[in-house]
Design a protein around this ligand. Structure first.
Ligand code: C2E
Ligand code: CA
Ligand code: CA
Length: 668
């Protein structure tokens, strides 16, 4: 039994479990002996003090009695002096006897009250006290400063006054449960000021209990941490973004691209990394000053951003170095086109502070995965390529791989020559007849472009159309083809010839909202009826989505222009999907015609396509028909028209006229 009638005293065994608890201890701590004995002494410790070692602090014989903190059953904190003695049994220690000496309050109750309310009032943390019914009973000045609510407005309300609506009921229930369980809850909450503005606060919420353990009050002490949050956000910006241009910096760029590469690896995508260095930027910076230099960088970053697609990553690597990641490119050559556009964005002088600044850039390109499989390698190789451009003193861009440079160069040359060909008569349209399987007559012709280059000889459209598509030249070329076909139709009309309608092949890049207007203008200019013209489009156009292409298609059809789906069978269009598009003709791709009638697969596919087209009431044209067997099979299937070398290759206009006239004489 603990000794000493008037001093609160307890005894513990050597492991800290309570073995004795006197009446004064009951008064001091609020727990009865039955409640206390058998508990570990730690249950008297306030939160966070559990790790103090009682045995050591108490047993120093020379030390003054230590002052410790303990907690009353009602949660109140007690400051106590403590004396500890070893209990021995025949010389062997068996436990500890502890006496507590309540530390004398040097303040009168009135002084204490006054002092505490002063401290509360002047604390720079907001304090709000609520009663058991969760009505606010008291707030301090900082509460008003932070929330905007005066004491008069707050008192009598519930803490919902500050509720932001950001946290859900779950979160609020958790906070409540936590603070009822173990004492104070600490965390961050978003509150709402009287002005409506939300603010992050760091909060401690505690409950106060009476002797019976019932909650009488709760109080929360909070500080407004919006400034800290802003500081964190600006630190984040500093760590991840370039201060001048606000573009991602090298570190964020690495993160973004590493993530993207993980995806690219999975999808087996191609990508490209372009390092762009501005030439002589430091000279501008030195002579015109940093403000001008900074503004120039901002303007350039905006020009670049506007040139790129949204999904391309643009970042700043160095003072005068940018980097671009093209995350999926269909063809490696596309990177060259982007490089060309970026250089073009700098072609015109940039006006900063009345200076017209002409900036040149060098671009190095590395291709994923050919040149490297990780961001660091790609940046390094793009950088190497960029340095080569610098040394060549010619400006422009270079790929890291020599083979790509060769190809890019050839493309450029071809684009240049092709552009020239449009003006010098080296381009021509030939016409391949389409023959009706029922009447055997020529009922249409497809215009196919032919390029006769003085150096290269006859270049196949299979070789130059893709280049024209990549470089964008296809837009001009397509316009030339449309104009030439209409000119030819008009010439036949003027000569009084009865020629079949002409189908032209349309590149997906020509297909936009304005296409109907452009076609209408050309038809008008030549005085040609819309029924004289058909358009062949490919499935790649359909996958752009119904919303984008159907309205334009509908307008073309409304104008009276028939649409044919070319290369059918090579894409993925299902019957139900095709149904949505106003297409009148399906052209079975040559690759399925080749195997007829020997290859079983091809036969099955051709049969399925014809069945499908018949269900949709589409006209069916088989292209690339070279043999009588193919023709017989296709006729059997129920094809409407044939096109192919069996009947005729594409012919110059004059030869087509001769053929059609012979055909008509035969029919008479
Ligand atoms: P396409 O639209 O599928 O054109 C049919 C191609 O098959 C043409 O090749 C044609 O000459 C060829 N061909 C026709 N009958 C036979 C045959 O019996 N056997 C074989 N082996 N081939 C046959 P071409 O003229 O070389 O054109 C190739 C591709 O180039 C065209 O495929 C088309 O995608 C594109 N193209 C040609 N001219 C133009 C054009 O004026 N504008 C556009 N945008 N693309 C064109
Ligand atoms: Ca075609
Ligand atoms: Ca075709």
């Amino acid at each position: 039994m603990a000794e000493g009638r008037d001093k609160p005293g307890i005894t513990l065994d050597l492991t800290g479990y309570l073995t004795g608890w006197n009446a004064a201890a009951e008064r001091l701590f609020g727990y009865r002996a039955e409640e206390a004995i058998g508990q570990h002494v730690l249950f008297l410790y306030p939160e966070g003090d559990e790790d103090t070692d009682i045995a050591e602090i108490g047993l120093d014989p020379n030390g003054a009695p230590p002052t410790v903190r303990r907690r009353h059953k009602n949660g109140d904190l007690l400051w106590l002096g403590m004396e500890v003695r070893l209990i021995e049994d025949r010389g062997a220690p068996i436990g500890l006897s502890v006496h507590f000496l309540p530390i004398e309050d040097r303040l009168s109750p009135e002084d204490k009250l006054r002092l505490h309310s002063r401290i509360i009032e002047e604390s720079d943390q907001g304090i709000m006290i609520v009663d058991a019914d969760e009505r606010i009973v008291s707030v301090n000045a900082a509460f008003t400063r932070i929330t905007g609510y005066g004491a008069m407005e707050a008192i009598g309300q519930t803490p919902d006054l500050l509720r932001s609506g950001v946290h859900d009921a779950n979160f609020r229930a958790e906070v409540r449960a936590a603070m009822h369980r173990a004492g104070p809850w600490q965390g961050e909450i978003i509150g709402r000021r009287k002005s409506g503005e939300l603010f992050p606060q760091s909060v401690t919420i505690s409950v106060v209990r009476n002797e019976r353990g019932e909650i009488t009050h709760a109080f929360s002490i909070f500080s407004d941490i919006s400034l800290r949050k802003e500081a964190e956000a600006s630190l984040h910006r500093l760590a991840n973004y370039d201060a001048v241009t606000n573009l991602p910096n090298r570190s964020l760029f690495n993160q973004l691209v590493n993530q993207a590469l993980t995806v690219a690896r999975r999808n087996k995508d191609h990508g490209a990394l372009l390092v762009i260095e501005l030439a002589r930027f430091s000279a501008i910076n030195d002579t015109l000053g940093h403000d001008v230099g900074d503004e120039l960088l901002v303007r350039i970053s905006k020009l670049f951003r506007a040139t790129l697609r949204e999904e391309d990553v643009l970042a700043k690597l160095d003072v005068d170095k940018f980097v671009v990641a093209l995350l999926h490119i269909e063809k490696r050559e596309h990177a060259a086109i982007v490089a060309g556009k970026l250089l073009e964005a700098l072609a015109r002088p940039i006006i900063v502070d009345a200076h017209g600044l002409h900036v040149e850039a060098h671009i190095g390109i590395a291709i994923y995965p050919d040149d490297g499989k990780d961001t660091a390698t790609l940046v390094r190789f793009a950088d190497v390529a960029m340095t080569r451009v610098q040394q060549s003193e010619s400006g422009g861009y270079l790929f890291y791989s020599p083979e790509m440079n060769q190809r890019a160069k050839e493309h450029l040359r071809m684009e240049h020559d092709l552009r020239g060909a449009m003006g010098n008569g080296n381009l021509q349209l030939h016409y391949q007849p389409k023959v009706s399987l029922r009447s055997g007559q020529i009922v249409g012709a497809e215009a196919l472009i032919r390029w006769n280059d003085p150096e290269r000889g006859a270049v196949s459209p299979g070789a130059f159309i893709p280049v024209a598509e990549q470089t964008g030249l296809i837009l001009d070329l397509g316009a030339w083809i449309l104009d030439e076909a209409c000119r030819q139709l008009r010439e036949w009309q003027d000569a009084g010839l009865s020629m079949p309608p002409v189908a032209i092949n349309l590149s997906g890049r020509q297909f936009d909202r304005n296409l109907p207007l452009r076609i209408e203008a050309v038809l008008d200019r030549h005085g040609i009826g819309p029924d004289r013209l058909k358009l062949e489009i490919t499935e790649s156009l359909l996958v752009r989505g119904e919303d984008e292409v159907i309205p334009t298609m509908n307008r073309l059809v409304a104008m009276g222009i028939g649409l044919a789906l070319d290369d059918f069978g090579t894409g993925y269009s299902s019957l139900s999907y095709l149904k949505k598009f106003p297409i009148s003709t399906l052209k079975i791709d040559r690759s399925f015609v080749i195997g007829l009638p020997k290859e079983e697969n091809d036969c099955a596919i051709a049969r399925a396509i014809v069945t499908m087209a018949q269900q949709l009431r589409h006209e069916i044209v088989a292209e690339g028909v070279e043999t009588h067997e193919q023709m017989a099979f296709l006729r059997e299937l129920g094809c409407d028209q044939l096109q192919g070398w069996l009947f005729s290759p594409a012919l110059p206009a004059a030869k087509l006229v001769a053929m059609v006239e012979a055909d008509q004489r035969l029919a008479l």
